[in-house]
Design a protein around this ligand. Structure first.
Ligand code: CP3
Length: 334
């Protein structure tokens, strides 16, 4: 939490995106018994999955076991999470009528299990580690809502953005309202900080980002910031970095394509940096990982406000023992 606020720390904090997921045999064992949605919507199970990597890897933050799609319950939009595929929306949102039909139900009512899981975690964690909540960013949620399924290019979503700007902005307005409410509810329920996942932002050029997305991102951080530190995450967005630095977030999470030292000179001094080891590097022999991590830590030494992480989520083939070793390395080296 100190690192997120660019304050001095005893040692560099470290956590991993997707740390509660499929690389842990203990998680896979839970999934033998329960579907993903059962786990995410049952507070006791979600809390248990959240705590697995805290105990097994020694990370400094617990990240709630949930998914970016859960707040679609607030909009009244049914969805599925298909194993090996990702989010699927049987009735995608594509017309004026589709958008007008969207509900905006309070997060506390639509997703009570998320807040209950955070409450359980707050109690169990005490001050052992930070507790992170998260949400999908409006742009990334809009991509799934319009496309209806995962895609490389999200052509239908971008077609609405470019061709029907009025519909695009109406959808983004609703998604922004739902996201703000969802994040604030998580902070009230016990989250110390929250991360906004804009996973597909790299699909956009700078000018489009500025007019079609950034104003909504800024609005979210402006409302949430007084209550908890905020982290902005995206991938493939090196060309947008200076503008992301103006979004109002406390922390910018970088993917592996941007050098930490480059980000340091391109982001305001009061913005902390999180990242950014290439997740596939974890499949390499230990000395390769050690060298890459050392390089990140060396660059990060130049200024306060650094949180060690991967540049994107852990890939399922990763050996958890290497992750645990990496946590120890980061702590000892700093
Ligand atoms: O550490 C954690 O695992 C925290 C929980 C978490 C999940 N999803 C659990 C999950 C978080 C932070 C997410 C975010 C998420 N979900 C994002 C943003 C981050 C990113 O990767 O860019 C996105 C785009 C999604 C959408 C989504 N949900 C995808 C692409 C998938 C994978 C589908 C697959 O099986 O390949 C999911 C499902 C999902 N979410 C799983 C987990 C652990 C796997 C479900 C399973 O166990 O079958």
């Amino acid at each position: 939490m100190a690192a997120a606020r660019c304050q001095p720390v005893d040692q560099t904090p470290v956590w991993f995106m997707r740390q509660a997921g499929r690389c842990l045999p203990e998680y896979r064992a839970m999934r033998q018994q329960h579907s993903f949605m059962d786990m995410a919507t049952t507070p006791e199970l979600a809390a248990e999955a959240t705590l697995l990597p805290v105990d097994l890897l020694g990370v400094d933050a617990a990240v709630l076991f949930a998914d970016i799609m859960l707040p679609l319950a607030s909009l009244g939009v049914p969805f599925e999470i298909r194993p090996g595929v990702g989010p699927v929306i049987p009735a995608p949102i594509r017309t004026r009528e589709d958008i007008a039909r969207l509900e905006i139900r309070p997060a506390k009512e639509a997703t009570p299990y998320v807040m209950q899981a955070l409450g359980i975690l707050r109690e169990r964690l005490g001050d052992r580690t930070a507790l992170l909540g998260f949400a999908g960013a409006p742009f990334t949620l809009a991509c799934y809502l319009i496309e209806g399924k995962p895609s490389r290019e999200f052509p239908r979503a971008k077609a609405m953005l470019y061709g029907e700007p009025e519909l695009w902005h109406a959808l983004m307005e609703r998604l922004t309202a739902v996201t703000v409410d969802y994040l604030l509810a998580q902070v009230i329920a016990g989250a110390d900080a929250v991360q906004l996942f804009d996973s597909w932002l790299g699909l956009l050029d700078l000018d489009t980002f500025r007019h079609a997305v950034l104003p909504y991102t800024q609005r979210i951080f402006a409302v949430v910031n007084p209550h908890a530190p905020t982290i902005h995450f995206s991938t493939g967005t090196d060309t947008l970095l200076e503008d992301i630095g103006q979004s109002g977030c406390h922390v910018v999470s970088l993917d592996w394509r941007t050098r930490i030292s480059s980000a340091q000179s391109r982001l305001p001094e009061q913005v902390a940096i999180q990242g950014n080891l290439d997740p596939t590097l974890m499949l390499a022999p230990w000395p390769v990982i050690e060298r890459a991590a050392g390089s990140l830590l060396n660059q990060a030494r130049n200024r306060p406000g650094y949180i060690f992480n991967l540049g994107h989520g852990i890939i399922p083939e990763t050996d958890p023992a290497k992750l645990a070793k990496l946590v120890t390395l980061v702590h000892h080296a700093t």
